[in-house]
Write a protein that binds this ligand. Structure first.
Ligand code: AMP
Length: 111
């Protein structure tokens, strides 16, 4: 369900931003504030803040497989890191489920 107050829903609808890829499950954009040389967001079409409320359980598997098949297209030749922030301890700032895709350089350890 589209949420007019959600920035990712507005990108999905095409009213703002640029989608690099789109299919029936999700779409990919560049993060506006990159935390690595390459930083993309894979965003579900369905507006749900958390995995727990997301109905596309099978879609999540397809999205992961699709990301892994797109790494050359995205320039992620040396590997990549996926991050899903959930809730306040993770400092989730956009309440629409998304997977960060980071790469394009050595990323170091998580801590
Ligand atoms: P999170 O903290 O996991 O909710 O991540 C939200 C991400 O969305 C942040 O990395 C932001 O830089 C990114 N972001 C917010 N608004 C936009 C936008 N309009 N276009 C691209 N990325 C955005």
């Amino acid at each position: 369900m589209m949420n007019d107050d959600c920035v990712f829903c507005r990108i999905l609808s095409g009213s703002i931003g640029t989608k690099l890829y789109e299919d029936e499950d999700f779409f990919i954009i560049r993060d506006i504030n990159p935390k690595a040389r390459l930083h993309y967001l894979a965003i579900t079409r369905e507006h749900a803040p958390l995995i727990s409320g997301y109905t596309g359980v099978d879609a999540l598997g397809r999205i992961l497989k699709k990301i892994s098949a797109m790494t050359d297209t995205l320039g992620l030749y040396g590997g990549y890191r996926l991050i899903i922030n959930q809730g306040k301890d993770a400092e989730q700032s956009v309440q629409h489920l998304h997977i960060h895709i980071l790469g394009g350089e050595p990323l170091g350890d998580l801590r």
